[in-house]
Structure formats: structure tokens, C-alpha cells
Design a protein around this ligand. Structure first.
Ligand code: FAD
Ligand code: SF4
Length: 505
């Protein structure tokens, strides 16, 4: 139970932010119930600022409250405040207690860091990643290209993960060629994820949270470290072995395939990347049936992509969020904001999964939602805001490079060497969506033409001048030059964009 200290006793307060929910965070090092108080602030104006996905807002508040409860059970005195801003929360706390200093771990975002510095909070280095952003900046200094692959190999080597002395285990760094299988058509079942029963804290949050979008919370997303560790074990035991081959596949009947569903737990701090990587590596080393391509593919996502995205966010902020290289200005389409009111089978399926779970897996985010937004010219900032509100795992540091950089090419190629634009052929190859769609992925003109295919060519045409120096696009731009029906494709693209804007596509 919480020890209530004399409010007049001068002690340091440890401010714990909503994405730092782990007892091993650096700001708690050396701290005990006897030598500090804990401060947590629920930012009510942020909660009211958007129409959040119900499961997202619930997860964030519930996880904070569960962590506060855990610390209280360890004997800490926790001042859990609901304040309209963090600044107000700190003021109230300072007025209530004799505070010798407020300490916090460096926040996960640029504005948070600036704010805490301004508010006189003493910061300690963030330890929630394996590569701190200052170390990433050192690694990237002087490099012509900041390539994920180079960073990933450096991380594997220096941290000795999946290595045999200086060589990668298996002799290859990359098993992508084994990890791009289309969806299987054998009717197999996919690993289940266990739901966690809602407790009194969860129900209390449901009673007071603002009404949002999407299905109500059902215990899908871990709100405690214990639940997150269970989810990790379950993934390692049931899904890791099939993660690799179907990493890029999409299916109408299956929302997650063999993906781990661990991103929200990692991003809230409930899990540390090191324990996730260790669990995957150990599964490979100890169990013969866990194939290297799956383990390497999974480790690459966390040790490579996740840490890389974190590093480039800090390297390129604050200017990065202003990027709009292709000058995309179209508002978000109703197909995204309403529950799957679209006849595009792929978009409808992904949006209804988001409605149901606050989640879509990587290829759905990139090659369905991102691809449509890119080729239709949707404003990157609108796209970012929408994903931020609706994905359970959203956070600025991970959204900006993925949305602005990887999906929408709004940074002009800092993240990806070419835009991830594609027509319906890619989605047809990697999913079963097209089989039940009213549109034809092979067609680019006519009322039954696939909107992705039409918009792909129109996108290349519209941005021809801007993209012409990009050598990785020369084959596509050559194809555009040879297109006999460019005029009718452009005409259909105009109709498609109007239908998209009106929510009639
Ligand atoms: P798995 O497929 O099981 O992968 C394992 C882990 O690897 C993930 O949990 C995640 O932590 C990490 N990872 C994989 N790819 C990436 C990546 N590109 N960037 C960073 N980490 C990665 N991820 C978020 O955590 N939050 C977001 O808000 C987010 N928005 C995205 C928006 C777009 C447009 C795109 C293209 C990607 C986005 N991603 C985001 C990255 C990725 O899609 C998700 O991390 C992943 O789908 C989460 O599901 P999972 O836990 O089942 O991942
Ligand atoms: Fe999506 Fe086009 Fe396939 Fe329909 S035909 S599911 S719109 S890619």
C-alpha cells in the first residue's frame, strides 16, 4: 500500500510519462519508496483533442493507471493527477508537496523534451531503446546515405544478436526472398491472441473516457507489463515460426496472420526491445522448429527498423514534420474515417479491422492505406493525424518517419529511395482482397478499373517532373512514356478522385 509521506518533507519527484511504463526506466534507477515520490499526469486536454479510437484512448489511460497502481503496491507514494496540461499538473504537484526537484526520463518526442526542459525538469537519458538517438547521430555522422540495412548490421554486430563471432548466423544478413510469400490458400488456421479480462481499472476508464470511434475495449491490448510478457511468450510459442514467410501477405479473413501484435506494448514501455529480441533469439537457438528466416525477419523489424526510425526521428526533427515534398493537399477520404464505406475490398477490409482492433499490419498500412494516400495525393499531415488517433501503437517518433517518409515520400527520399507506389497488381499478388472486389486490378480505365491501378499511373504522370531524376523510378517512368491510353487513364483518375472525396468509391 502507498506510504503517505508528510507533504512538507522535501523529496525528489519522479515524473513518469504515459509511454514510460516500466519499472526499469532510467529515472527510477536507485529510487525507492523512501527516497522519492512519483508523479503521473493524465493530460485531459490531449484526451479531448481528437476523436480517438476507443481502444487506443482506453489503452493509454488504463496502462498509466495500472502502472500507478503497481508502484503504489510496491510502497511508492503516487500523485496521479488529471490536469488540462502537463505544466498545470506540475504546478499543482509543486504546490501540494515540498519538492526538492522533479526528475524524468527523456521523453519520446521532440515537443515533450522541449517542454520538460522549459519546465525545469531534470532529465536522465532515455534507456528504452538499444541505440540512444545520440549514438545513432554519431553512427550516421559523415555518411552519405543513412541506410537501414547498414544500421541493422551495425546493431547486430555490436550487440551480438544472431551472430557467430563477426558473421551473421546462417551466413546471410537478409532472408527477405524467403519472406515474401503470398497468402496461403490451404484454409489453415492462424495463431490466436489471448484476450485479457477487463478489471476494475479498465471498467472505470471505460466509464469516464470520451466516446470515440471503433469497437470498445475487449482486452486485446496489454495494459500491464505482466500481460505484455504473456503476449510475447504466446507469440514466441505459436506465431514466430510462421512470421517470416507471410510477413507481407494480406487476407480478408485474417487480421494479423502471424504478426506479433507487440508494438503497443513496446511503445508504451511495457516491454523493452532487448527482452523481445532475446526471446526470439533464444527460441531459434533452443528449438529446432523455429526457422532462421522467421527469426531474422522479426529481429530485423525491432533491432533494425524500429531503432532506425527512432534514430532518424531525432536526427531530422523538428523540420521533418513540415515536409510535403509532393505538395499533396487532398483531405482524408471518408473511406478512412467512416467504417469501411467503400467498395474497394482491400481498403474496406483494412478499415474494418482498424475499427474492430485499432490495428492493421505493416503491409496493410504501407501498401493499402499508404499507397492510396500517396497516389491520391492526400495531405501527409492529415494522414498522420488520422493514424495517430486510430492506431493503438501510434506515437510521433514512429509515425512521422513511417507516414511522412516511408509511405508518402513527403520527405523527398530521406527514408526511402523511391515512393512505395503501386497499382492493384501488387495487392492482387500479396492478398486475396481482389477476388471479392467489384474492381479489376488489371484495368486502369472504365468504371470497373481498380482505383489503385488508375491512380498509380496518374500519380507518375502528375509527379513526372519532380520524380524524373530518381533513377530507381526510370523503369516505371519509361512505362508511363509508352502508355497508349494515358489520356483516358487520366480522365478516369479524375473521376476516381472525385468519387474518393465524396465517399462513393
Ligand atoms: P510485427 O510485424 O510483428 O513486427 C514486430 C515489431 O517490429 C513491431 O511490433 C514494431 O515494434 C517493429 N516494427 C516493424 N516495422 C516497423 C517500422 N516500419 N517502424 C517501426 N517499428 C517497426 N509502428 C508503430 O509502432 N506505431 C505506429 O504508429 C506505426 N505507424 C505506421 C504507419 C505506416 C504508414 C507504416 C507503413 C508503418 C507504421 N508502423 C507503426 C510500423 C509497423 O507497421 C508497425 O510497427 C507494425 O505493423 C505493428 O504490428 P506488430 O506489432 O504486429 O508488428
Ligand atoms: Fe483493392 Fe483494386 Fe484489388 Fe479492389 S481490385 S481489392 S481496389 S487492389
Amino acid at each position: 500500500m502507498s506510504k503517505t509521506k508528510n507533504p512538507g518533507e522535501a523529496l525528489p519527484s519522479v515524473l513518469i510519462l504515459g509511454d514510460q511504463l516500466n519499472p526499469n526506466i532510467s529515472s527510477l534507477a536507485g529510487k525507492s519508496p523512501d527516497n522519492c515520490r512519483i508523479l503521473m499526469v493524465e493530460n485531459t486536454s490531449k484526451i479531448e483533442s481528437k476523436r480517438w479510437h476507443n481502444q487506443r484512448i482506453h489503452l493509454v489511460i488504463s496502462a498509466m493507471m495500472h502502472f500507478a497502481d503497481e508502484l503504489e503496491k510496491k510502497g511508492f507514494e503516487v500523485d496521479y493527477l488529471k490536469s488540462s496540461t502537463l505544466k498545470d499538473g506540475l504546478e499543482v504537484h509543486r504546490k501540494t508537496y515540498e519538492v526538492s526537484e522533479i526528475i524524468a526520463m527523456e521523453p519520446m518526442n521532440w515537443d515533450g523534451l522541449a517542454l520538460l526542459k522549459k519546465l525545469g525538469v531534470n532529465l536522465v537519458k532515455n534507456n528504452q531503446f538499444l541505440c540512444h538517438y545520440e549514438d545513432f547521430a554519431d553512427w550516421s555522422a559523415g555518411r552519405k546515405k543513412i541506410r537501414m540495412e547498414d544500421f541493422y548490421r551495425w546493431q547486430r554486430t555490436r550487440l551480438d544478436i544472431l551472430m557467430n563471432e563477426d558473421e551473421p548466423i546462417g551466413g546471410k544478413w537478409n532472408y527477405d526472398d524467403e519472406n515474401r510469400e503470398p497468402p496461403p490458400s490451404d484454409g489453415r488456421s492462424w495463431p490466436e491472441v489471448t484476450l485479457f479480462p477487463l478489471d476494475d481499472i479498465d471498467r472505470g476508464v471505460i466509464d469516464r473516457m470520451p466516446e470515440g470511434w471503433g469497437e470498445p475495449p475487449k482486452g486485446l491490448w496489454p495494459t500491464t507489463r505482466e500481460q505484455a510478457q504473456k503476449r510475447l511468450r504466446e507469440f514466441i510459442e505459436t506465431a514466430l515460426l510462421s512470421f517470416g514467410p507471410h510477413e507481407d501477405a494480406m487476407m480478408k479473413s485474417e487480421w494479423k496472420l502471424s504478426h506479433s501484435c507487440l508494438s503497443s506494448s513496446l511503445n508504451l514501455g511495457l516491454l523493452h526491445p532487448e527482452e523481445v529480441l532475446k526471446a526470439a533469439e533464444e527460441a531459434f537457438l533452443n528449438h529446432e522448429n523455429v526457422p532462421l528466416n522467421s527469426v531474422e525477419g522479426f529481429i530485423r523489424q525491432i533491432l533494425g527498423w524500429r531503432e532506425y526510425v527512432w534514430g532518424v526521428y531525432w536526427l531530422w526533427m523538428p523540420k521533418y514534420r513540415e515536409n510535403n515534398f509532393l505538395n499533396a493537399k487532398r483531405p482524408l477520404p471518408p473511406a478512412f474515417t467512416e467504417n469501411a464505406k467503400t467498395q474497394m475490398s482491400c481498403v474496406g477490409s483494412v478499415i474494418s479491422n482498424i475499427h474492430e482492433n485499432g490495428y492493421a499490419h505493416h503491409i496493410e498500412r504501407l501498401m493499402v492505406l499508404g499507397n492510396l494516400a500517396l497516389t491520391a495525393g492526400i495531405d501527409p499531415h492529415e494522414m498522420n493525424e488520422w493514424m495517430w488517433a486510430n492506431f493503438v501503437d501510434a506515437a510521433e517518433w514512429v509515425m512521422l518517419p513511417n507516414v511522412v517518409g516511408m509511405a508518402l515520400f513527403a520527405d523527398g527520399g530521406l527514408m526511402s529511395t523511391k515512393p512505395y507506389a503501386s497499382g492493384g497488381a501488387y495487392i492482387n499478388r500479396m492478398s486475396d482482397f481482389c477476388k471479392t472486389c467489384k474492381y479489376d486490378p488489371k484495368k486502369r480505365t472504365g468504371t470497373d478499373a481498380c482505383p489503385f491501378t488508375t491512380l498509380y499511373w496518374d500519380f507518375l504522370h502528375r509527379n513526372r517532373k519532380t520524380l524524373k531524376t530518381n533513377h530507381r523510378l526510370s523503369r516505371q517512368l519509361g512505362g508511363l512514356n509508352r502508355l497508349k491510353d494515358l489520356e483516358s487513364t487520366r480522365k478516369r483518375a479524375k473521376e476516381v478522385l472525385t468519387l474518393l472525396d465524396n465517399g462513393e468509391l
